[in-house]
Design a protein. Sequence first.
Length: 375
Amino acid sequence: MEWRSSGGIIRVAELERLARHGADLLLTYPWKLWFWGDSIGLEGLLDAAALTGDAKYSGFVHGLLKGWLARERQRSGFDYTAAGVALLRVYKATSDAKLLQAALRHAEYMAGFRKTGHGAYVLYENAAIELPPELPPDHPDYHGSRNLSRSVEDGRPCVFVDYVHFDGPFLAKLHQVTGKDEYRQLALDNILPQVELLFDAEQSLFHHFWMERTGTRNGVLGGRGNGWGLLGLTHTLEHLPSGDAGASRVLSVLRRLAQRLAELQDSSGGWHPILDDPGSYIETSVAAFVVDGFSSAIRSGWLEEGTFWPVVESAMRFLLVHVQPNGLLAGVSYETFPSTRAEHYRNVPRGAMAPWGQGPLLTALRACARLTGGA
């Protein structure tokens, strides 16, 4: 099979080869179970298994999830970032009833958090503001990164755009798997207040986070943050029943966000870490998020192919240029911890081999293969 674009022909076998290298590299990542980015990383490995036909990737995910269940009752401070969609995908593939039981418990756990006055669940009560990224000692910016932040502050309770990807898709898929309407409603009860707090109606973009103590957004329209938002909106819609009345707001925001992202695409095919700041560098993971999200939305008929397919083509060519021989997606920024200063985001070092880079690369590769009728 071939993936055809205006820039030439890419054989699906080549996408499979890249997925194998990218997934093999991701297997070496020191997973924290759980932390920001683990979810998209495990979804990427499952997509690599589907694309390549190699069960070692899905087997690895299954093993990690089973290991988590062994200590699930002793929850970590970041268990709300657990890979709920991956959990359900592995359950569907294996019929491992213990995974479904864990998913039901996880949904109950997620529903137990308190809410803001807007109805958004508060998962992070003491967000660290201006925290520098965790660079490996051999990174050229290792010592300089200590000076990236001024002083770490307690941001107190915050709502982050990442939640749009963590919560709605998992709960909507749980509804799809169980048929129980309470999970459909819980998905909407999560994602709609998140959108209300974080989506800027004037800019048609998401802010990175909202602060409860001030009732304000942080004022930075981050590239990867909008990637999280894009996939969260798209995959929530994918798992809701066709014609669901509660999904109209989600679809409306998806279309507005997609149009704005298309307008902000750089001539290289990528996006900036601050989307409306062309003076900031190009960060590669954003393109992977967009390829996956736009491809899924085009397949589902939510985005018009003639308008958005050229964006996918350009972003995909950009990604292929930046995949190194060992499968690393080069140019991915390290952890982008929260700040209210644009300068903080401009200076986050690049070069990360992380699930928030490798995972979206793998999901993007499969998304392109699926458009040809492949895996």
